[in-house]
Design a protein around this ligand. Structure first.
Ligand SMILES: Cc1cc2nc3c(=O)[nH]c(=O)nc-3n(C[C@H](O)[C@H](O)[C@H](O)COP(=O)(O)OP(=O)(O)OC[C@H]3O[C@@H](n4cnc5c(N)ncnc54)[C@H](O)[C@@H]3O)c2cc1C
Length: 321
């Protein structure tokens, strides 16, 4: 694998990277996907996905990833388990260096390493992720119909997610660790009008409790134990996974990778897609669409700037390079 020159190396095998791989390999581009560990990505961590179009069953995130990978492999993509540590994105042949001291070369790169939540590390939190602890109401609110849930945080995101949960849960308790929420008056009015929402200020969680699933949280001071079925945590936000980029590509002032309308980074032939692009809305269907676009623009680049070719006809030897 190491001596070959690939048309495309995709870094990250989540929904963005695997969707890109489906398109590049089906376009008969020699494609290598390097992924350090699917369980470490956001979709790999998701307990249950019920909103991915075309999949009416509720699947575990890993099951959905496996389906995407199978599809890409069926068209000829190769997957490699390794961690990318550095890039040389310049020139017509780009180099990718991995932790196993290997070097891979390609004419184009698609970066899709996602965005990691900064762990809030409450005692008991980690072992209950997916068993009552969540970080995404858009993803999981529907699993909490008529249940009691707490939202922990003081950011605008925490408030918006609490309002989403109010549409499903019987009661939503917003545990705000500060003396007040700094929001415009119209948003505070929306909060006050939600009949099933209670806000507790200066409320800090000491531990997250439960054996097989979440049972309660322990609050600081006299509030003690609060029994809840769900806990949505929005304390720290998330940041794009860019550690392997070093100074090789341009970042914006807020530390996000710069891309243009065609998902091209500051280096020609290097594209990026998915949650690593500092997205406001993080959903598998959105990043899959971006992976598709990055793949089509990589194909366009390889064909000397011709219009993206989106309708590939199946052929008898599809998947063979
Ligand atoms: C708990 C949870 C529940 C969710 N539920 C839903 C839901 O119900 N519906 C929905 O649509 N969305 C859901 N999401 C959001 C969705 O999972 C993400 O938006 C999506 O997975 C982002 O895709 P991505 O490909 O950009 O990144 P990821 O899925 O994070 O994949 C990135 C991949 O890159 C790999 N990688 C990272 N660094 C390197 C490196 N240096 N070298 C090699 N590989 C690397 C990672 O191991 C990972 O496999 C959920 C997210 C979470 C965390």
């Amino acid at each position: 694998m190491q001596n070959e020159l690939y048309d495309v190396i995709i870094i990250g095998g989540g929904p963005a990277g695997s969707s890109a791989a489906i398109y590049t390999s089906r376009a008969r581009l020699k494609t290598l996907v390097i992924d350090k560990d699917p369980h470490a990505g956001a979709l790999g961590m998701a307990h249950a996905i019920a909103n991915y179009p075309g999949i009416p069953e509720t699947l575990g995130g890993m099951e959905l990833l496996e389906l995407m990978k199978r599809q890409a492999v069926s068209f000829g993509a190769r997957y490699l388990r390794d961690k990318v540590t550095a890039l040389d994105p310049n020139g017509p042949e780009k180099s990718v260096f991995t932790v196993s001291a290997s070097m891979y070369r390609a004419k184009t790169l698609i970066l899709a390493t996602g965005s990691m939540g900064k762990s809030s590390d409450l005692p008991g939190e980690k072992k209950l992720v997916g068993l009552g602890v969540s970080y995404c109401a858009t993803c999981d609110a529907a699993f909490y119909r008529e249940r009691i849930v707490a939202v922990y945080g003081k950011s605008r995101e925490a408030v918006e997610e609490a309002l989403i949960l109010c549409r499903f849960a019987a009661n939503v308790i917003l545990l705000c660790p500060a003396p007040k929420l700094s929001l415009p008056e119209e948003e505070m009015a929306m909060l006050r009008s939600a009949a099933n929402l209670e806000i507790r200020y200066n409320s800090r969680i000491l531990s997250v409790n439960g054996q097989k699933e979440l049972e309660s949280v322990t609050l600081e001071g006299s509030d003690g134990q609060l029994p809840v079925d769900g806990l949505f945590i929005y304390l720290t936000g998330s940041s794009p996974v860019l550690d392997f980029i070093g100074g090789s590509l341009e970042l914006s002032q807020c530390g996000c990778l710069k891309v243009d309308r065609e998902f091209t980074t500051s280096a020609p032939g290097v594209f990026a897609a998915g949650d690593m692009l500092c997205k406001e809305i993080k959903q598998a269907v959105i990043v899959a669409g971006e992976g598709c676009q990055a793949a089509l623009y990589a194909d366009k680049y390889l064909r000397g700037g011709l219009k993206p070719k989106s309708d590939y006809k199946a052929t008898a030897n599809e998947g063979r390079h």
